[in-house]
Ligand binder design. Structure first.
Ligand SMILES: Cc1ncc(COP(=O)(O)O)c(C=O)c1O
Length: 431
């Protein structure tokens, strides 16, 4: 019983700690496997659930216990506009397979660069209001590839406290000094910029257009002003902003009328663009340099023609079919206002990402299990992915959700809160 209670409270952070004094390389895997089996057995393991249909507002998902496939409302996908299953996108991918086959055959500098790649890069530059753009095999590789290319041991990267793992890993690979400022806090950023002003080396500030766990927007106008005032450079990660913010969904540069003003605009295809991969848009000379000195680009195979054709069509749809963006925002406004009316703590989200803060790891898992049983797919984000007492569900609204879908989710969240003791937003939790 004591053993079970211990297993119940294990988090991913525990197995990192146990790794160090291990007697052999894989010793910590036994304890981790045992904990994982336990989590599966009690229905607390809600990762890698198996889907049997396209990711959409409704999906067919395999039940982890029974193996039966059942329909669920999907609230855990980052495909904010539903473009992963859009007929134009699928047709473009199929036509590209017919014409070019499956693989690209090589990295871009050798035989892996097609007319399709060139056209996509040109459309991405337009999307972000930049001179030129280039594509990487993943968003993760894009961040790692940019930071490790431009920064070295003498340089400093200045990061928002909530920076994504791929940004941190890029900085680690670069071997530069890493300094953080408080999340979206301009006084804190200015303090760091002042403190680092006279040191050797260059400085790059990296922020995210929309933060991936909280859904709030970086105050880019103010950040841009401070970065220029103190003579640093600015990079923005548009993973969750592309397709979502800006009058027509082009992302942060459009939203803040800063087209052509941000030094490096990085984005991913894996969210609103419905695919996989990453890109960066910048001045022509910067992109030219990256193409030769970013190892994540130079030494990696090109995206397949099929992917590139799909991504290109998705970008064109953002330009041409504005109603997806409008519908996404209608859904975001409805869902957030209902959650706030009902007293849920959804942090300061301003976009499709909707955290439901629960504040306790076990209750977060129980609520996820309850929602799963009731036919709603939500992602649990427990400690250590977020700070202690900030454990949460992470829901994403999409343009494909119907009012009926969202209403059902709202009612079930209320039922969950009646069953499990997670509080309404109070003065104390609001701080
Ligand atoms: C802010 C942010 N940057 C970068 C990435 C990495 O992108 P990808 O998953 O497309 O490799 C993600 C993905 O989760 C992200 O949320």
């Amino acid at each position: 019983m004591k053993g079970e209670n211990d297993l119940l409270h294990k988090t991913l952070a525990d197995f990192l700690k146990e790794r160090r004094p291990a007697p052999d390389l894989f010793a910590h895997c036994d304890a981790f496997s045992q904990a994982l089996d336990f989590q599966y057995a009690i229905g607390h393991h809600m990762y890698r659930r198996v889907l049997h249909s396209a990711n959409s507002n409704r999906v067919w998902v395999e039940d982890q216990k029974t193996g039966k496939v059942r329909e669920m409302i999907m609230m855990g996908s980052n495909s904010y506009l539903g473009l992963n299953n859009h007929p134009r996108v699928k047709k473009a991918a199929m036509e590209a397979i017919e014409k070019y086959g499956t693989g690209a055959g090589s990295p871009p500098h050798f035989s892996g660069y097609y007319d399709l790649h060139r056209e996509l890069e040109s459309n991405l530059a337009k999307l972000k209001g930049a001179e030129e753009a280039m594509i990487f095999s993943s968003g993760y590789a894009t961040n790692v590839g940019i930071l490790s290319c431009f920064l070295g041991p003498k340089d400093t990267v200045i990061l928002d406290k909530l920076a994504h793992a791929s940004i941190i890993d890029g900085a680690r690979l670069a071997g530069c000094r890493i300094v953080t400022f408080r999340h979206n806090d301009m006084n804190s950023l200015e303090r760091v910029l002042k403190e680092t002003k006279n040191q050797d080396g260059d400085r790059l500030v990296v922020v995210e257009g929309v933060y991936s766990m909280d859904g709030d927007i970086a105050p880019l106008k103010d950040i841009h002003f401070l970065v220029r005032k103190y003579g640093a450079k600015l990079m923005i990660d548009e993973a969750h902003a592309t397709g979502v913010i800006g009058d027509t969904g082009k992302g942060s540069p459009e939203h803040f009328h800063l087209e052509g003003e941000i030094d490096l605009v990085m984005g991913t295809f894996s969210k609103a663009l419905g695919g996989v991969g990453g890109f960066v848009a910048a001045k022509k000379k910067v992109i030219r340099y990256l193409r030769y000195y970013s190892r994540a680009y130079f030494f990696a195979a090109s995206q397949t023609p099929m992917q590139v054709a799909a991504h290109n069509e998705a970008v064109k749809i953002i330009f041409e079919e504005r109603h997806w963006h409008a519908k996404l925002w209608e859904n975001i406004r409805f869902f957030h206002s209902e959650l706030r009316k009902r007293g849920f703590d959804i942090e300061n989200t301003q976009t499709a990402i909707t955290p439901i803060v629960i504040g306790d790891t076990l209750i977060t898992k129980e609520v996820t299990k309850f929602m799963d049983e009731q036919g709603v797919f939500v992602n649990p984000v427990p400690y250590p992915a977020v700070p202690r007492k900030k454990d949460r569900l992470r829901l994403s609204v999409s343009a494909l959700h119907t009012k009926e879908d969202l209403q059902k989710v709202l009612d079930l969240l209320e039922e969950a809160r009646n069953r499990f003791p997670f509080g309404k937003k109070t003065e104390a939790t609001a701080i």
